[in-house]
Design a protein around this ligand. Sequence first.
Ligand code: SF4
Ligand code: SF4
Length: 383
Amino acid sequence: MTDRTDTVTTNGQTGAPLWLLAELTYRCPLQCSYCSNPLDFAAVKEELDTAEWIDTLTQARAMGAVQLGFSGGEPLVRRDLETLVAEARRLGFYSNLITSGLGLDESRIEALREAGLDHIQISLQASDPDVAAAVAGSRKAYGKKLAMARAVKAAGYPMVLNVVLHRHNIDQLDQIIALCDELGADAVELANCQMYGWAQLNREGLLPSREQLEVAEATTARWRERLAERDRDMRLLFVVPDYYNDRPKACMGGWGSIFMTVAPDGAVLPCHSARMLPMRFPTVRERPLREIWYQSEAFNRYRGDAWMLEPCRSCDERHRDVGGCRCQAYLLTGDPAATDPVCDLSPDHHLVEAARREAERDTRSAGELTPRNAHESRVFCRS
Ligand code: SF4
Ligand code: SF4
């Protein structure tokens, strides 16, 4: 592992972070086999306390951040969530709670509303309780999620449902969208599983086939028409899996460009997946947030385009997609500076094609995938 966080570099072009994702905890009652948390999350013991989080929010707001997501793990596990939401409101953030719905009840929704929370996003695993239970590792979660989605709507929040799609639930998309409609959702994110963290570990068992994907896109298009005919305002956002694209996404709008994640132990990351890269990220316990964002080696390493290798370095599209995702490049090639292999100009694109072929041969059921839990995580913890 490289530890060069004390090497301070300066980038005069860097703008302020607009988004702060506050990962309050890695604790979670669910065990989703596609979770994007790091494989070794169990190694993180000392979460930032309430005062440290308030100081972090205050620093981020002073730097210009305006959007704040409370995430995890399951952020509702933190009993000080309402205190942090109230502080976010006082500081002038627009705040969003990203939750599984477990740990929520009517009185907590009311307390969060009073504290000034602007937005709640609940995740659903499937429209079928058996598939939901197999993916999340909990039989109780399905009913609880539906009840909480109704309660959030009844409390007057705009309701955004997030459904992670994969080969075990994508064929139920028609029923999933119908369920979201029945729940009164205002927007639905149909986010095909991206292969980081636990999803990467279970990749072949999660990646849908091209045929499944095409049917799902057609289903989404049909639903958009039906909703428009009924004048029903429920936005459907369909996110295609990277592995079926021939150009990568402009990950996080560019490394250290607008997004900043603070992990439960205070590590400051350019995105929630970056923790697994072979580099050390400074924490808010070690250095001020402003210094980490503008001056740390970690945040400057992949800013701009000077770090790019060929074919990105001389590619006309490099300012559009910033060479893709550094985590994906590292996971697939072992080199975080490589061109994202999703790009069909990458010399490593064959790795993505091979992963698609391997997925087609995978016969595991949803219940046979590796669950995201502390027991499994300890296997990945360094001593
Ligand atoms: S993806 Fe599942 S296991 Fe991971 S934090 Fe969210 S609810 Fe918990
Ligand atoms: S070669 Fe690099 S910059 Fe060009 S399209 Fe592919 S990923 Fe983007």
